[in-house]
Design a protein around this ligand. Structure first.
Ligand code: PNW
Length: 473
């Protein structure tokens, strides 16, 4: 099998604003839901916050040089909404936009293509106080923010992503509560999912109206790669339920213009979905230039056996909570640990899930180019005595997953790029700084950056388009 990728393939690294920037009080930036959540006792490991993070706001130039040294030709980052439009309403803050303009210019000077995400979870707290994503108005506010950023940067950024992982925003944010804003109301979560969808549609329209013709618009989803314990009809039905909530609740309206009937039936006891208004699904279905897929591990389900568990133990990989992130499905579905080696997140290493997702969307969305907008692994990397950081586990993880992408391309998937999560060790949400996803190590005392051996491995891949071997040992 070929280990060579097509010319023009994007090899990138990815980050998100709140996870790396710090500088949370500069130039009029106001708190986002993640500032408030992380400063609430008990919400994150260790009480960690993004106050300083890895200080990327002040180290932007160094971080772009790091990427240039890694030979990557693309960088996926997100814009902090409250840095650009504090309170989520009204005019943009010039200095906030300038930061991203300077970042983009710096990237372009180094031959690195910027891939801009508008929303990676940092909703301005004022909008949350006004109802957050369960409130319809937030979708409108998001579209206005999209227009502001599109007008400011559309002359130099070609690739735009509306939302990162709306599943996490809706269901970890409003149902299980392990993410900001930490609410635990399953109906609010379903409303949030709809208004995130609507926000995506409206923002896509707003972007199309201000971007030059070459502008590309996408969205990044994290559909579960589902496995069942057996092929029994009961287990397959459990899979169907989780698939409706993790994938089709977004791809239904976005790609086909309708919510899946089985999803509406599964959740009928919770809501009649009357928050979906006439014309909404047509607004949500906007032509896209590519579909972003984020993948870490597969999810194993079966039909629930005993009485419904009161506590969601996190065996679906989404963190333990009194509350399930699967409205309407929790009492029907049991989650099981996936087989295979585990990363530091307790997530299993299984590249076949990535292959299966790529082949699935190749079938379901023919003609729509695919992009892996996140893939990577956390390991407890420690510098050796000489300061170098050896992370052979991450190299093996990347090798396996990049090979799965190559195999999907051979089998007909139109995959245009791959983004390693993450460029730098960073604030891993509720897990704080304890989980290290970076190709580049960050010393949290000095904020010194040191490329790990996986970064050097990835640099070779990015420079040649050929999958390097995995070093022995
Ligand atoms: C993604 N889960 O988040 C995010 O887009 C990144 O910001 C994050 O750092 C990365 O993956 C690693 O976690 C996820 O509970 C958060 O399964 C939680 C889950 C999945 C993805």
């Amino acid at each position: 099998m070929s280990d060579t990728f097509p010319p023009g393939f994007l090899w990138g690294t990815a980050t998100a604003a709140y996870q790396i920037e710090g500088a949370v009080r500069e130039n009029g930036r106001t708190p986002s839901i993640w500032d408030v959540f992380s400063h609430t006792p008990g919400k994150t490991e260790n009480g960690d916050t993004g106050d300083t993070a890895v200080d990327h706001f002040h180290r932007r130039a160094e971080d772009v040089r790091l990427m240039a040294d890694l030979d990557v030709n693309a960088y996926r980052f997100s814009v902090s909404w409250p840095r650009v439009q504090p309170t989520g309403r009204g005019p943009a803050v010039q200095r906030g936009l300038d930061f991203y303009r300077e970042l983009v210019d710096d990237l372009l000077d180094h031959g690195i293509e910027p891939v801009l995400t508008l929303y990676h979870w940092d909703l301005p707290q004022e909008l949350e106080s006004a109802g957050g994503w369960p409130a319809r108005e937030t979708a409108q506010r998001f579209a206005e923010y999209a227009r502001l950023v599109g007008e400011a940067l559309g002359d130099r950024v070609t690739r735009w992503t509306t939302l990162n992982e709306p599943w996490c925003s809706a269901f970890l944010g409003y149902a299980s509560g392990v993410h900001a804003p930490g609410r635990t109301d399953p109906v609010a979560a379903l409303r949030a999912a709809h208004h995130l969808n609507l926000g995506h549609g409206l923002a896509t329209q707003a972007l199309r109206s201000v971007l030059p013709a070459r502008g590309q618009v996408s969205v990044s989803l994290n559909p579960s790669a589902l496995r069942t314990l057996t092929n029994s009809p009961e287990d397959l039905d459990a899979k169907r339920r989780v698939d409706a909530l993790s994938s089709r609740i977004f791809t239904g309206p976005m790609l086909t213009g309708a919510y899946p009937k089985d999803l509406l039936a599964d959740t009928a006891r919770l809501t009649d979905w009357s928050f979906v208004q006439d014309g909404d699904t047509a607004t949500i279905r906007q032509p896209l230039d590519s579909l972003g897929i984020n993948y870490y591990q597969p999810t194993v389900v079966s039909a629930a056996t005993g009485e419904a568990g009161a506590r969601h133990d996190g065996s679906d990989g989404h963190g333990a909570s009194e509350h399930s992130p699967w409205p309407g499905a929790d009492s029907h579905v049991a989650f099981h640990p996936a087989p295979g080696e585990l990363t530091d997140m307790g997530w299993s290493v299984d590249p076949s899930g990535l292959y299966d997702l790529l082949m699935r969307y190749t079938r379901e969305a023919p003609g729509l180019p695919l992009m892996i907008t996140e893939n990577g692994a956390a390991y407890p990397d420690k510098p050796a005595a000489d300061g170098s950081v050896h992370d052979p586990d991450r190299i093996r993880y990347l090798h396996g997953h990049v090979s799965a992408v190559r195999r999907a391309i051979t089998d007909g998937a139109d995959v245009r790029g791959y983004f390693l999560w993450s460029l730098l060790d960073n604030f891993e949400w509720a897990y704080g700084y304890g989980k290290r996803f970076g190709a580049v190590h960050v010393d949290y005392e000095t904020l010194r950056r040191t490329p790990k051996s996986s970064a050097l491995w990835y640099a070779r891949l990015a420079a040649t388009g050929v999958i390097p071997e995995v070093p022995i040992g």
